[in-house]
Ligand binder design. Structure first.
Ligand code: DX5
Ligand code: ZN
Length: 231
């Protein structure tokens, strides 16, 4: 059966390259203000990092925060689950308002069932792989996913250094992915790294520190987008 992607995913596909601000680097005490600012700065999607202190050595936010964010923005929420048991939490996160649900292949090595369930629950399924995980772990399932997210740092923390070695995997995904699959990259993306990621075939760029450290978010997003578009 052919997979029809969600209208918001199609919309992002029409506006590549997509800069996806990661709220992990936002001021959590002023989340509403930060979200308003990146909306006004032209963001078309928001990345939300969920960590359980088990799959990764850090704890961030959970279902109630996603539900609160849902109430204050209409932007799609790209929810990145860095948790050991994503199958258990898929439904609550989607009910809370996640538009995509990205989970790690290391947590679910046979992801078909969960991909199907996420889609049936009304969210876009995405597969993520860590820097050390080979592309081959994901390739058989690549056509089933709406988003393929290549980690370019060890997951768990913002502000780390980009690992260029992962770009070989992005090149492989580019060859097999459906034309309406977003090839996302996450970790260390900024003005010095975004262009090489784009040249490898990435078209969605999760950016935490490089957006929220800027004095002017709109200028920074524009700059990143321009650098990603230069091939
Ligand atoms: C890291 C998270 C990232 C993080 C990226 O585990 O998945 O989304 O926010 O942060 P930067 O852009 O600062 O590397
Ligand atoms: Zn992330």
């Amino acid at each position: 059966m052919a997979i029809t992607s969600f209208p918001w995913v199609q919309e992002l596909c029409r506006h590549k390259p997509v800069i996806c601000p990661s709220l992990l680097a936002a001021d959590f005490a002023n989340l509403q203000r930060e979200i308003r600012l990146v909306e006004e700065a032209g963001a078309r999607v928001l990345h939300v990092d969920v960590m359980d202190g088990h799959f990764v050595p850090n704890i961030s936010i959970g279902v109630p925060v996603v539900a609160s964010i849902r109430k204050i923005t209409r932007l799609p929420l790209d929810v990145h689950l860095m948790i050991s048991d994503p199958a258990r939490y898929a439904e609550p996160f989607i009910e809370a308002g996640a538009d995509s649900l990205l989970f790690h292949i290391e947590a679910v090595p046979e992801p078909e069932e969960l991909i199907g369930r996420i889609r049936a629950l009304g969210a876009a399924p995405g597969l993520v792989l860590n820097p050390k995980t080979p592309a081959e772990a994901v390739l058989p399932y690549a056509p089933l996913a709406d988003i393929l997210l290549t980690m370019s740092v060890q997951p768990g923390f913002g502000g780390q250094k980009f690992m260029p070695g992962v770009l070989e995997k992005v090149r492989k995904f580019k060859q097999v992915a459906r034309s309406d699959t977003l090839l996302s990259i996450d970790g260390g993306i900024g003005k010095w790294t975004i262009n090489e990621a784009a040249r490898a075939g990435a078209d969605m760029f999760v950016a935490g520190t490089s957006v929220f450290d800027a004095v002017n978010y709109a200028e920074r997003i524009r700059l990143l987008r321009r650098l990603a578009a230069e091939r």
